[in-house]
Design a protein around this ligand. Structure first.
Ligand code: SF4
Length: 78
């Protein structure tokens, strides 16, 4: 028998984050161009604040945040 916390952690690990982000972006009214998105993502992917799919400064999935025109990097990288 496992504890609830372990079950939740396993569920999170099994979630396809990329798919989750794509699904969420499909319902967003505006997204940035592919070029802007890639430029932002490249900053995130070399950033020490990134942990796996998440920006530890803001708690967002960085690929999701990088896709939204209304968002910016919380430490001014983009
Ligand atoms: S949003 Fe900014 S702080 Fe967060 S991971 Fe990307 S570059 Fe780093």
């Amino acid at each position: 028998m496992s504890c609830t916390r372990c079950d939740i952690q396993r569920e999170v690990e099994q979630t396809d984050v990329e798919q989750l982000i794509l699904e969420q972006l499909m319902v967003e009214p505006m997204v940035v161009s592919d070029l802007i998105r890639q430029q932002r993502i490249s900053f995130c992917e070399s950033c020490p604040k990134r942990s796996a799919h998440t920006c530890t400064s803001c708690g967002c999935y960085y690929k999701f945040r990088a896709s939204l025109p209304s968002k910016s990097c919380p430490i001014g990288q983009w």
